[in-house]
Design a protein around this ligand. Structure first.
Ligand SMILES: *Cc1c(COP(=O)(O)O)cnc(C)c1O
Length: 413
């Protein structure tokens, strides 16, 4: 059946026709039949070069043979035990070994679950109630972080979704990214802050890079104020390199959340940190956290394969950085200044300069983006449908793919 027909049926069965809102492309999304390497093959018979990559997890591309064979091997031995399995220890060893800030970690099934648990843990450990997040920072779709972004720098939040009660987000404050003074001022006024949660490199309003020294200052100020620092590296983890943003920018958070890449493309979340904090988590300690599918054998097998592959082929990060450099340098000159890239992450903003924070990102011309996005799709390149979602290249992209993408950018711009 064609995508348009499938979507008509889906809308009668699933709210908005989709399992996650970003997929509801207008007038209808294309339906994927199969994906392999850098390509998606649609129900309409099209093949597309994918620069969305499942919104981040597929660092090695679709259906990577090494990960696939690990999943197949595990399938033969069962895919849910409800008991501990050795693979948990193996993956925990790799993850804690790659992140000097993590002595221990716990596996969950999504990034949202990881940040939800991390925030509860910070509150349980510190005995304090409030959290601070960055305006436009995304930490999953749970109540405490679904707060209207851009609602004014240092005010307490307003819920961003019906059904979130104001009392909950009244304990969530926001500060602009790349703005140390706002954070300092807020902390000077409030001594009930359990944690500051931040995407070290912002990835959910398009990529926004930290200014020189910002993250180190954040670490210093949170430490001085006895506020836990939660680095939400669900996108950055294994994306910016082994050890993610915290190794790249040399900071040591108290708690880290991971997801996306670390599961090799199967559902996962991880939260981890210093031993004395993590030992507060049940059953070792009083902060409750649990899940039927947590640490499930298929995800563990896929994650271990992914991370082993990355360790054995860590040069891939340089290759991917080279890819986004080629795309950048081949752009028409007037667009080069507003193109942001970091390793395998890239995005063209339809504004004059790269944004420094959420408010600036929101100034982008989203109509122009939508128009450009549609032309790219028609040219055979699938970019995330929003100006505010990050583009990714993967290890499965070839030099020919990159040339094709560059050509399409030029043509469509
Ligand atoms: C994707 C994302 C999440 C949520 O992860 P899910 O697996 O979608 O629940 C949390 N934080 C960041 C920074 C993310 O990019």
């Amino acid at each position: 059946m064609k995508s348009s027909e499938l979507f008509e049926t889906a809308k009668t069965l699933i709210p908005g026709g989709v399992s996650s809102p970003v997929r509801a492309i207008k007038p209808y999304p294309f339906y994927t039949k199969r994906a392999e390497g850098s390509k998606i093959y649609t129900e309409d018979g099209d093949s597309l070069i994918d620069c969305c990559m499942g919104y981040g997890p597929l660092l090695l591309g679709h259906a990577h043979p090494f990960v696939k064979s690990a999943i197949k091997d595990q399938l033969d031995n069962g895919w849910l035990f409800g008991t501990p399995a050795e693979a948990e220890i193996k993956l925990a060893k790799i993850v804690t070994g790659d992140h000097p800030s993590m002595d221990m970690c716990r596996f969950v099934s999504s990034g949202s679950e990881a940040t939800m648990a991390a925030i509860r843990l910070a509150r349980g450990y510190s005995g304090k109630k409030d959290i601070i997040k960055v305006e436009g920072g995304f930490h999953g779709a749970h109540d405490g972080v679904l707060i209207q972004a851009g609602s004014g720098a240092t005010t307490m939040g307003v819920p961003d979704s019906a059904g979130v009660i104001p009392e909950i987000v009244s304990h969530t404050a926001q500060v602009p990214y790349n703005d140390i003074e706002s954070l300092e001022n807020l902390l000077a006024k409030n001594n009930n802050v359990a944690a500051f949660i931040i995407e070290p490199v912002m990835g959910n309003i398009g990529p926004i890079l930290p200014e020189d020294g910002y993250l180190k200052e954040v670490r210093k100020i949170t430490e001085e104020n006895d506020v836990l620092l939660i680095c939400d590296e669900v996108i950055c983890g294994y994306r910016l390199g082994i050890g993610g943003a915290q190794v790249k920018y040399d900071i040591k958070p108290d708690i880290t959340t991971l997801g996306k890449i670390v599961g090799g493309g199967l559902p996962i979340g991880v939260f981890g940190g210093r031993r004395e904090i993590m030992e507060m988590v049940a059953p070792a300690g009083p902060v409750y956290q649990a899940g039927t599918f947590s640490g499930n054998p298929l995800t563990l097998a896929s994650g271990i394969a992914m991370l082993n592959y990355i360790h054995d082929n860590s040069r891939l990060y340089e290759r991917l950085d080279g890819y986004t450099k080629i795309i950048h340098e081949s752009l028409p000159e007037k667009y080069r200044d507003s193109f942001v890239r970091l390793g395998s992450i890239f995005k063209l903003f339809f504004r004059e300069k790269p944004p420094k924070n959420y408010v600036q990102a929101k100034e982008s011309n989203t109509e122009k983006y939508a128009d450009f996005w549609k032309k790219m799709l028609q040219s055979g390149v699938f970019l995330p449908p929003s100006q505010f979602e990050t583009n990714f290249v993967s290890a499965a992209h070839t030099e020919e793919d990159i040339e094709y993408i560059s050509g399409a950018y030029n043509k469509c711009l």
